[in-house]
Ligand binder design. Structure first.
Ligand code: TRP
Length: 333
């Protein structure tokens, strides 16, 4: 039997190339070798955006469409929406009973989130009970399928450590070996920076979306920062000091193309504008097929909804097996 993988993403709407290269592309590869459960974490979104839910359904759909277009295959992987698998909420209750308060309080991302919330205006500025319990909910996501591995970025490793701690504590308290201690599976892909050289992010206005048109992509790439010391197109360039464009070449170009770009830039034979025009075309070629698939799903939302519903049903059946065992271990009525 294949080992199980669980991973999730918050429904932030249309995804960008950072999501694609940093997460989704990795999932696409994993789905051949593992029994994968990929979910859209709408409860997690509520921990900070409980007062801004008007776009939730669209956001969930957009994430699903980006996944499907990128090659997450519902025949191979189970794609589901977190809130359509209520077994996770039940498991969360049991786990919350055995998780010491100081285990959640020591969570480093919680402190960051509290800071971000405080800097905002309006009602969503305090740390609510649900947000405090968010690492326990994440534990429940993972243990709902008793997964072996959790593919995550480095920022989430502390959470998977907590999951291991809680799984071990459950096993100890109830004198069982039922839960695996799931391991983080770090993806070793190169992080893509935003067009301004900072971390790519929706709210920083420096991203390229998977779903952007070719025109929009080309235009955005023209704004990418290059070698700031270069003023005219025949000035000798310094690719290693090029803040964004050459970094993108290293991600999207072939070995030969990267070598050519480097040489022409260093010799002053390639201006930054021409370089970015070619780069935009290169990125567009890479996403052409994905965008075509996405357009298909956009035109057929009923297909997307059916995939989500079917996946969630399938996830529930597996989750129910785990919960049945958990109830019996705890000796619930
Ligand atoms: N916490 C993750 C994030 O913010 C999303 C997430 C929620 C998750 N539950 C998970 C990831 C379970 C992996 C496994 O990116």
């Amino acid at each position: 039997m294949k080992q199980k993988i669980v991973s999730g993403m918050r429904p932030t709407g249309k995804l960008h190339l950072g999501h694609y290269l940093g997460v989704i592309d990795n999932w696409v590869k994993l789905q051949n070798d593992y029994d994968c459960y990929f979910f859209i974490a709408d409860w997690h979104a509520l921990t900070t955006k409980y007062d801004k839910t008007e776009n939730m359904i669209d956001d969930v759909r957009n994430v699903a469409m980006d996944w499907l277009a990128s090659g997450i295959d519902p025949q191979k992987s189970t794609i589901y929406v977190q809130s359509l698998v209520p077994e996770t909420a039940e498991l969360h209750i049991y786990l919350s009973m055995i998780t010491p308060q100081n285990w959640v309080e020591r969570d480093p991302t919680l402190k960051d989130m509290a800071k971000i919330l405080k800097s905002k205006e309006g009602i969503g500025t305090q740390v609510n009970y649900g947000l405090m319990g968010y690492p326990v909910l994440m534990t429940a996501d993972i243990l709902t399928f008793n997964a072996e591995f959790v593919p995550v970025g480095i920022d989430q490793v502390a959470h998977v450590e907590l999951t291991r701690d809680i799984a071990r504590r459950f096993n100890h308290i109830y004198k069982t070996e039922f839960f695996n201690e799931p391991q983080p599976k770090l993806n070793n892909c190169s992080l893509i920076c935003g067009l301004d050289g900072n971390k790519m992010g929706k709210s920083f206005n420096n991203d390229i979306k998977i779903s952007d048109t070719e025109e929009v992509t080309a235009k955005k790439v023209m704004t990418a920062i290059t070698d700031r010391s270069r003023l005219r197109k025949d000035d000798l360039g310094h690719p290693d000091e090029c803040e964004v464009a050459f970094k993108y070449w290293k991600i999207f170009g072939t070995e030969d193309e990267i070598a050519t770009v480097r040489e022409e830039c260093e010799k002053g034979l390639r201006g930054c504008a021409q370089c970015k025009r070619e780069l935009g075309a290169k990125i567009n070629a890479r996403f052409a097929e994905i965008r075509e698939k996405r357009a298909y799903y956009e035109a057929h939302p009923e297909i997307v909804d059916k995939i989500i519903r079917d996946g969630s049903e399938k996830a529930r059946i597996e989750a129910q097996k785990v919960l049945k065992e958990v109830r019996s271990i705890i000796k619930m009525y």
